[in-house]
Write a new protein. Structure first.
Length: 417
């Protein structure tokens, strides 16, 4: 970081330049050919940066990742030379408002003390489930040469640190350069889908890894992509899903799970998170901005669990017994169909609690059952108790209740099975 004397001299020179500039007409700031990019969590922690960002800021990836861009050790200043406070920094504005903050001009002192001028923009990323901000994408360009030329010609250029309108953000988001920066950093298939043309306007190269087709091959499929690659069952659901975007609110995220035939012939599951990007001149939804993730492994696990549960239910029915899982902390109980087959109660007639079952234990057995269970838990993890339970028709049945307890790392019982 610059030493105190050097910082003061640079700050004074910046203020002097600002006071001496003439009142001529504004001219556009010209950025260098590079655009830096940072990906930050909602708390400001830097998760990733590109090589251009390293060069512009004069910091290495190791110096950036895991740090906070608003750390006081990294000095930002306004155009008039005054410090840019953390609460007015574009990243903070985006974090606090949930809206993009674009085209902010600010100065940054590199570790060697050199002052570079940046054109700074921050934009929010939201969780698919709602409006919770989970990350901020920050992009910046070096405009030092252009900025000093402007200082000499025009002193009336105040940075805008207010969040911009959605339309302005959409215009920026359409910028191919910016989209490429984000697409090259975030995981998943990023795309822009044209609802009117029914084709992808843009897709990043991640699709080659996930689907086995290059972006060029995907673009060539055009409108036929869905019929060629989407599973017939999911293709039938697609029109009703896309219809929802006729009435969605700006920023609302919808999800769609579907199967895609990989280039190798394999069917793979994906989940897309889509938001309405823009409407056409007639107000009709036109562009969707989305990201898709491969969820094949998750779906396979779900299918395996469902099949396992179905086999478990069949086995439980075959031996005419009731099997349950009692989560003690939340006091919730899951029971098999044996509740109906053995005791006559339907799922609709029951409450998923231990108290519901306890009320159907014979009054003369309730205290004994409780005492035996507590004694078993004090001496081990298994229990076996015999008692009477009231059938749905009013008669009492003798049952043998046996199971084991699962304990947490502190030895406390969390589940009874």
């Amino acid at each position: 970081m610059p030493d105190a004397e050097k910082s003061q001299n640079q700050l004074a020179n910046g203020k002097l330049l600002h006071r001496q500039v003439s009142k001529k007409a504004n001219h556009s700031l010209v950025a260098s050919g590079e655009e830096g990019m940072l990906l930050q969590l909602a708390d400001g922690t830097i998760q990733a940066c590109n090589a251009a960002g390293d060069r512009i800021l004069g910091l290495t990836t190791q110096q950036l990742v895991g740090q906070n861009l608003l750390d006081p050790k990294w000095q930002f200043i306004h155009e008039d030379g005054t410090p840019l406070l953390s609460e007015t920094h574009p990243t903070s504005v985006t974090k606090n408002t949930g809206k993009p903050c674009l085209n902010v001009v600010c100065g940054f002192y590199q570790p060697n003390g050199e002052l570079v001028w940046l054109l700074f923009s921050s934009q929010p990323l939201f969780q698919a489930e709602g409006s919770n901000l989970y990350a901020i994408v920050t992009t910046f360009s070096d405009i030092t040469e252009s900025k000093y030329a402007q200082f000499e010609q025009n002193g009336n250029c105040e940075p805008d640190t207010q969040p911009v309108d959605t339309d302005e953000f959409q215009t920026l988001w359409d910028s191919h350069c910016l989209f490429q920066q984000i697409a090259g950093t975030l995981p998943g298939i990023l795309y822009i889908y044209d609802l009117i043309e029914q084709r992808n306007s843009y897709v990043n190269y991640e699709i080659a890894q996930s689907w086995g087709y290059t972006p060029v091959e995907i673009q060539a499929m055009g409108k036929d992509l869905s019929t060629q690659l989407l599973h017939p069952e999911d293709l039938a659901r697609l029109p009703s899903y896309l219809e929802k975007f006729n009435s969605v609110h700006q920023g609302e995220v919808l999800t769609f799970e579907y199967r895609i035939r990989h280039a190798n012939g394999e069917w793979r599951w994906f989940c897309s998170y889509d938001t309405l990007h823009s409407r056409n001149a007639d107000g009709l939804p036109q562009y969707l901005l989305g990201i898709a993730f491969d969820i094949t492994e998750r779906r396979q696990i779900e299918i395996s669990l469902r099949q396992s549960n179905e086999r478990f239910e069949l086995a439980a029915a075959a031996v005419s017994c009731l099997i349950y899982d009692w989560e003690i902390g939340r006091n919730t109980v899951e029971r098999t169909q044996g509740l109906t087959q053995v005791f006559g109660y339907t799922q609709q007639e029951t409450e998923p609690t231990f108290e519901w079952w306890q009320q159907r234990i014979h009054p003369d057995d309730q205290q004994r059952v409780n005492d035996q269970f507590m004694a078993s838990m004090a001496n081990g993890n298994r229990y076996r108790i015999e008692y009477r339970v009231r059938h749905q028709d009013g008669r009492y049945l003798w049952v043998q209740d046996q199971g084991f307890a699962v304990r947490d790392i502190n030895g406390e019982v969390v589940t009874g099975v």
